[in-house]
Ligand binder design. Structure first.
Ligand code: AMP
Length: 113
């Protein structure tokens, strides 16, 4: 399958991977819009939240809990951060493999992010 993020999972293209387990992988966004900009993705190829199935419920929760752990590790939890999932064209989603953006390290409300 010709999916950019599946290639990152298979280590066919490089990424700054900061966390990985059997279900999810997290890496730095190549074009960050905040000092902390990490993408957390499922290893299973799911094109978008719109095409996730009931059986993906736990996996979807794991994306959020992984982002929480990374935020804790990066010590941005106290100040706060934003979790963002774009869904489909109208939602601004460009890469068709579910990804949760973890954005932080800046006061987001003042930057309209
Ligand atoms: P979205 O617009 O929500 O689909 O987000 C796609 C994100 O993937 C953007 O923030 C891109 O900067 C990021 N991105 C695209 N290619 C790469 C890559 N090779 N490594 C890391 N992040 C990427």
């Amino acid at each position: 399958m010709d999916c950019l993020f599946c290639k990152i999972i298979k280590k066919e293209i490089p990424a700054e991977i900061i966390f990985e387990n059997k279900d999810v992988i997290a890496f730095n966004d190549i074009n960050p819009i905040a000092p902390v900009h990490v993408l957390v993705i499922p290893k299973k190829h799911i094109a978008s939240v719109a095409s996730a199935a009931q059986e993906d419920t736990l996996l979807m929760g794991e994306l959020i809990m992984t982002a929480k752990k990374i935020a804790d590790d990066l010590k941005i939890s106290e100040k706060g951060y934003k979790l963002l999932i774009r869904v489909g064209k109208g939602g601004g989603q460009e890469v068709k493999h579910i990804h949760l953006h973890l954005l932080g390290g800046v006061k987001l409300s003042e930057n309209n992010l």
